[in-house]
Design a protein around this ligand. Structure first.
Ligand code: SF4
Length: 220
């Protein structure tokens, strides 16, 4: 097993027994996140819901099915990316996470970002967007990729919000369709194409033999 995978598994083990905020009292299973630890794209949602709390996996159930549909639009396979949340334990009755819960849990997400080191982060919903754009409204900046500390951050509506408000559905589908273009943009910034060789380094064309030489060669 690779060192990176070991580190991610160690972090997941810490999350599963964490008691650093009140959410540990009401959880069944903590949900550290899952996916490809070597991904270039990290998705950050809000917090586990009822199905996630039961299974210990992020984005299962209805919102998970819709996320799978959105990933297809983005031409991304779910197993290629990593998916997690800003809080790893379910807020009771799906209430919003409290500031002290967000603050207590931030160390785990920070470490995940540090280890995965993605080129692109897609935030799903208000709470993950607020990590990067605390003063913005999601309705104003959804779908816009913005550079923050050398990462391309793309705020998106939360898939569950689009399920509850059908008018958001086409907006989130459109936003996901932009992901391949943003990923290319991020790759070009950090993985520049090899430079064209300079003029003097370009291989020179073999010179045409002088007519005499050509006629001499043709003699053999
Ligand atoms: Fe620990 Fe985060 Fe769960 Fe709170 S939400 S108990 S900080 S893992």
């Amino acid at each position: 097993m690779s060192k990176l995978l070991d580190q991610m598994n160690e972090l997941a083990a810490q999350v599963s027994v964490c008691r650093d905020c009140m959410l540990h009292l009401t959880r069944d299973k903590a949900v550290p996140g899952e996916g490809n630890v070597r991904t270039k794209i990290l998705f950050i949602g809000e917090g586990p819901g009822a199905n996630e709390n039961m299974t210990g996996r992020p984005f299962v159930g209805q919102a998970g099915n819709f996320l799978n549909h959105l990933l297809e639009i983005a031409n991304v396979r779910r197993q290629e990316v990593f998916i997690t949340n800003v809080v790893k334990c379910r807020p009771p009755s799906n209430r919003d996470p409290l500031p002290e819960e967000l603050s207590a849990c931030a160390k785990f997400l920070n470490r995940q970002i540090e280890l995965i080191n993605p080129l692109v982060i897609v935030t799903l919903g208000r709470f993950s967007m607020a990590r990067y754009f605390p003063l913005q409204r999601i309705s104003a900046i959804h779908g816009q990729g913005l550079w923050v500390n050398d990462r391309l951050i793309i705020p998106m509506f939360h898939p569950a919000a689009a399920l509850h408000q059908p008018s958001l559905r086409s907006a989130i589908e459109h936003d996901f369709s932009l992901i391949p273009g943003y990923l290319e943009q991020a790759k070009e910034r950090f993985e520049p194409k090899p430079e064209e060789p300079k003029a003097e380094e370009k291989p020179t064309e073999p010179e045409e033999p002088a007519s005499g030489e050509a006629s001499q060669l043709s003699l053999f």
